[in-house]
Ligand binder design. Structure first.
Ligand code: BGC
Ligand code: NOJ
Length: 837
């Protein structure tokens, strides 16, 4: 961690909302943890386990589920969405005082006993839940070792009493019958298919293994067992829930073997604890595949072949192996986050940039939009647009995996340059059900690839042969995919010369060609009405930006013809946007099916939208003629609120058939005047670009989850990660967040604060140092690894001064402008000093 340059450390955000401070925990920045100290958080506050193939979500009370690669097709354990009480189904452990017969869960749920103390430490890829009840302390560390398809629950039970304690421990997991959608609907079949095996105390879940599946789950325990259960009904007892399983109440497992119904796993362990004594029990839940022709042992039998899995189980039931795996996981995150570390005047900036925002970007890389408390794991595939934007936030941490992601995405592109709106992670094929026609999609690929190249300099990627729609024989260099992406827009211009919107642009809910009157119909996929001319100013701005990026790539290749063509197209579109897209004080949003303007003072509702203000200015439109500044003033006057910038104003108060889903949401929620956090950083970037670091940081702090920690009662979602949406000023619950974790908000905020406010920005020809800071700040310091070199950066700024970098030195040598040239050989280290007068 670099040292700070100068200036006092501001505890900014100190009751900026003028509300009673309510917190449910605190940040431990040294330990890179958020420590929750009350189990009854306003909503379950979750974390993610796993980094490669085996994943899980885990709440602060041990709720959640696990899966292998695909949360729908290979789900290991059950979770009940939208349940009452909230957050049911998890990795529950029960302790029972065998003298008194009293039992409880150290994770509070599901028994909800009044615990003497409680904490849940959510860390990077692990969670530790700990509590004490009547002198017995129970602590469980949950994590997935790197490179393994299993999760560890390391349980430590301590007797803090003055006398000996006899304690029964029961772990529990309810198996999902693999396909999560079927599992929660097809009961006529499911109630008869469940199968398990129990061998040496290990519970193997093998539903459908007899037929087409070559994978099974295992649930193992390091202690010798007093018994086990694998049938849910035997464990819980008839008409009972997870809050008072009969087996736990009675203190005796029944050794049940599941045949159909609901297979589960439970190990019963008896612990004798002297005063002060701690005992450790390791529990493993894992996933294993066998080759199709080697599934059974002995061959011809129906018994699972366990020869591959047994050594893995044996290894991780050893405390030393678990300890080592935990250390390795922590080191992995130190390395991953170590690409950029900053030390500034603001603790909310530091902890989000250094820890949580970067971590959330990695989670969106792994999960896309599949599994959270708001994404059920059975719904959306990988979004074409989403994936390209997510990349902006993680490309510097995992460049090799970003490369692979880019090639996967590009391979789903259509020959006409268009894109499937989504693709499926397991097959990597475009999703036909959702189809294409979201006319902004292709342009995001250009932004994603450009960001990758700036970070890595890996220009050979542009020559990689990549197919269209995954069809063999159609391969062209990736570079041509980008050219076709740009051409796609040029081939679809409307009467004003603006890009046609298609089904929707970034705003999935602005469906200008849909005209849906049938309940339940999808606004995104329903057949569009023919013959319209709906155009998007937003795509106009996006196109200007993307065409500039393509020109940058073309120059790298010495393809001047393309560079000139793209720049000309970009200028031409800039012109169109300034004529047809300017409303006098802000950028318009669109023209509808009939050619009527959307997002204009002429409209009764929805006069101004955030998206075109952000995107057009990021593309550089209006920077020189005052339009940008005017647009930003309008955002400030009409859209900015203490909780963030709302999407549009005035909110739509009734259903506008010609606008689609946007007007289905009650005022202040989601795309109808909610604070759609994904778009806020565009305005931070725009403010930074025009040199208003003060306002850029102000907007940043309004939605920064750490800065909102003290209003947790209002915000309700986790204070360590961004949510997709915060309710806007028109909502009855302004400031209330929803849909945390899986959102493009993560990547864009990371870009805004690290690249534009702090101004450390990868470029094709070097590393740019271009901060745009508030006057009150001192300087800051940062460590950035880039293209194999290490840069120790100190920005010198006297509090009170504003403005941009006026002088730059690299290892003491004066360097013109604000660009540090590329390193000449790997392993170099540079001391960089930048001065703002
Ligand atoms: C949501 C959008 C989302 C879309 C995806 C809509 O209901 O409001 O945010 O992108 O569904 O299908
Ligand atoms: C969520 C989608 O994932 C994202 O792609 C979209 O831009 C926003 N919704 C806005 O509608």
């Amino acid at each position: 961690m670099p040292g700070r340059a100068s200036g006092a450390r501001h505890q900014t955000g100190s009751n900026r909302f003028k509300r009673r401070v309510v917190r449910y925990g605190h940040f431990d920045d040294e330990g890179r943890e958020y420590v929750i100290t009350r189990p009854d958080t306003p909503l379950p506050w979750i974390n993610y386990l796993g980094t490669e193939a085996y994943f899980g979500i885990i709440s602060n009370t041990a709720g959640g589920y696990s899966f292998y690669r695909d949360a729908r097709l290979r789900r290991l354990s059950r979770y009940r969405y939208n349940n009452a009480p909230l957050d049911m189904g998890g990795r529950y452990v029960y302790l029972r005082d065998d003298d008194s017969g009293e039992f409880w869960s150290p994770s509070w749920q599901p028994t909800q006993n009044e615990l003497e103390d409680y904490s849940c430490r959510h860390g990077l890829g692990y969670s530790i839940i700990c509590s004490t009840y009547k002198g017995i302390r129970g602590e469980t560390t949950y994590f997935v070792p790197l490179g393994e398809n299993l999760e560890v629950w390391r349980i430590r039970v301590t007797n803090e009493r003055k006398t000996q304690a006899l304690v029964s421990l029961f772990d529990s997991i309810e198996f999902c019958l693999w396909e999560a959608q079927e599992d929660s609907t097809n009961f006529q079949r499911n109630y008869s298919t469940g199968q398990v095996e129990v061998e040496d105390g290990v519970i193997y879940h093998k539903t459908e293994y007899r037929e087409r599946r070559d994978h099974f789950a295992f649930f193992a325990c390091s202690a010798s067992l007093a018994g086990f259960d694998t049938q849910r009904d035997s464990f819980l007892g008839p008409y009972r829930g997870w809050d008072r399983p009969i087996v736990v109440e009675k203190g005796k497992a029944t050794d049940s073997v599941a045949h159909g119904w609901q297979p589960m796993g439970c190990h019963h362990v008896k612990l004798e604890l002297a005063p002060g004594e701690t005992k450790e029990v390791i529990v493993l839940l894992g996933y294993q595949e066998n080759p199709k022709n080697d599934k059974f042992d002995p061959p011809g039998s129906q018994t699972i072949n366990k020869k591959r899995v047994k050594p893995i189980i044996a290894r991780y039931l050893q405390p030393a192996a678990v300890e080592q795996a935990f250390t390795d996981l922590r080191d992995y995150w130190t390395r991953t986050l170590g690409i950029l570390q900053v030390r500034t005047d603001n603790e909310h900036v530091d902890r989000m940039v250094n820890i949580w925002n970067a971590y959330q970007c990695m989670v969106t890389f792994n999960m896309s939009r599949s599994a959270s408390l708001y994404e059920s794991g059975i719904g959306r595939g990988m979004g074409f647009r989403d994936s390209n934007q997510d990349l902006l936030g993680f490309v510097h941490m995992v460049p090799a995996r970003a490369r692979e992601r880019i090639l996967d995405i590009a391979a789903t592109q259509l020959p006409n340059g268009g894109a499937y709106h989504q693709y499926q992670p397991l097959t990597k094929r475009g999703n036909n059900d959702v189809g294409s026609g979201f006319n902004d999609d292709p342009a995001w690929l250009v932004l994603g690839v450009a960001a990758y190249l700036k970070e890595t300099g890996d220009s050979p990627i542009l020559d990689e042969p990549v197919p269209y729609d995954n069809a063999t024989g159609t391969e062209t260099p990736l570079y041509e995919h980008l050219q076709r992406a740009i051409q796609y827009t040029l081939d679809r211009l409307g009467p004003h010369g603006l890009p046609l919107i298609g089904r929707a642009d970034w705003n999935d809910c602005l469906n200008l060609n849909c005209f849906s009157e049938t309940p339940g119909e999808s606004f995104q996929t329903t057949e569009n009405k023919e013959g319209g001319v709906a155009e998007s100013v937003f795509i106009g701005g996006l196109f200007v930006l993307a065409a500039q990026e393509l020109a940058g790539l073309a120059k790298l290749r010495g393809d001047n013809a393309e560079a000139n063509r793209s720049l000309a197209a970009s200028e031409q579109m800039t012109d169109v946007v300034q004529k047809a897209g300017w409303d006098g004080a802000w950028f318009r949003r669109a023209y509808d099916y009939f050619g009527k303007v959307v997002g204009s003072r002429e409209c009764a509702e929805g006069q101004i939208f955030i998206e075109p203000q952000g995107m057009c200015i990021m593309a550089g439109i209006g920077l020189e003629n005052g339009m940008a500044q005017r647009s930003l003033a309008s955002v400030r006057e009409r859209l900015a609120t203490p909780h963030g910038i709302v999407l549009n104003q005035p909110a739509y108060t009734y259903y506008h058939l010609e606008l689609g889903e946007i007007s289905t949401y009650p005022e202040g929620y989601k795309e109808n005047a909610g604070i759609f956090c994904h778009t806020n950083p565009w305005l931070m970037i725009a403010e930074a670009m025009v040199g208003n670091g003060e306002r850029a940081l102000d907007y940043y702090l309004r939605i920064n989850p750490s800065a909102r920690e003290e209003i947790s009662e209002i915000h309700r979602c986790e204070p360590y990660v961004y949510a997709q949406m915060i309710a806007g000023k028109d909502a009855p619950t302004p400031g209330e967040a929803k849909n945390s974790w899986l959102t493009g908000t993560a990547a864009w905020n990371f870009v805004a604060v690290s690249q534009w406010i702090l101004g450390i920005r990868a470029a094709h020809d070097g590393l740019r140092i271009d901060p745009s800071l508030p006057a009150g700040w001192g300087g800051f310091s940062a460590m950035r690894r880039f293209r194999g070199a290490r840069y120790n950066i100190t920005v010198h700024k006297a509090p009170g001064s504003a403005g941009r970098v006026t002088r730059l030195t690299v290892d003491g040598r004066e360097t013109p402008g604000n660009l540090i040239p590329l390193p000449t050989r790997p392993g170099q280290s540079f001391d960089v000093e930048a001065f703002i007068q």
